[in-house]
Design a protein around this ligand. Structure first.
Ligand code: PRP
Length: 219
């Protein structure tokens, strides 16, 4: 018998959204929820790193890896702090400031051991953000040795590893409880939505309304 073979319709691949675990996860779920995207499966207590949320598939990553996944196109979209974006050099489309995760990147030192940054011969700074710290120092005409740490940066000056820190602060509680005092502000930080450049074109029909609906929540 003749006739054309019927093809079953291709299942639509979900858009992949990379979300950072940690303090902005819940707020991200909330803002996507208000925009009509139910990401509540993300909040269930499970060790699964891939969560299906209707038209979106969410991957739970370390915040510093979100730009990598989006840059390489493994993920279509990502949510990440501007601190992480400025520290890395990927060219990502960054259409929305989500207005959450607001904090500051600061320079701090021991309140009991203030440093004269222009007089001290060898200034040492610990930071999770060595490149941003380098740029900050250059903009101020300062030199220092930058030592990269992965966390608990406030320990640097307390233990004698460094004179100062460059780190983020939100409530200021960690600084206070560790006897540190802010001496300068490097930048204000907030959480951004980033989009892979190719996805933006190839999946515009899904991404454009998502950007519009999210944008309405953050004005
Ligand atoms: C961040 C940052 C500070 C702390 C500041 O660390 O590096 O240590 O939060 O917050 P606060 O001003 O509200 O006290 P995070 O909790 O991400 O942990 P980490 O030190 O392991 O990076």
């Amino acid at each position: 018998m003749g006739g054309k073979a019927r093809r079953s319709p291709q299942p639509t691949k979900p858009l992949v959204l990379a979300l950072p675990k940690g303090r902005i996860l819940e707020q991200s779920v909330e803002i996507f929820g208000r925009a009509g995207y139910d990401l509540s499966p993300v909040l269930s207590k499970s060790r699964k790193l891939v969560r299906d949320c209707g038209p979106l598939q969410v991957w739970i990553l370390r915040s510093s890896d979100v730009p990598t996944y989006v840059h390489h196109g493994a993920a279509d979209l990502g949510v990440v702090g501007s601190d992480v974006l400025r520290e890395q050099s990927f060219e990502l489309y960054e259409p929305l400031d989500l207005g959450i995760g607001k904090c500051q990147m600061i320079v701090a030192e021991r309140a009991s051991a203030p440093v004269d940054e222009r007089a001290q011969a060898h200034l040492r700074i610990v930071s999770k953000y060595p490149r941003t710290t380098r740029r900050y120092l250059e903009s101020r005409g300062l030199t220092a040795e930058i030592i990269k740490l992965s966390g608990s940066v406030e320990l640097g000056p307390i233990t004698g590893l460094s004179d100062r820190i460059v780190d983020i602060t939100e409530t200021g509680e960690t600084l206070r409880q560790n006897g540190l005092e802010i001496v300068d502000t490097v930048m204000d930080i907030s959480t951004r939505l980033v989009v892979n450049q190719a996805s933006l074109k190839l999946r515009a029909r899904e991404i454009a309304p998502l950007l519009e609906r999210l944008g309405e929540q953050v004005v």
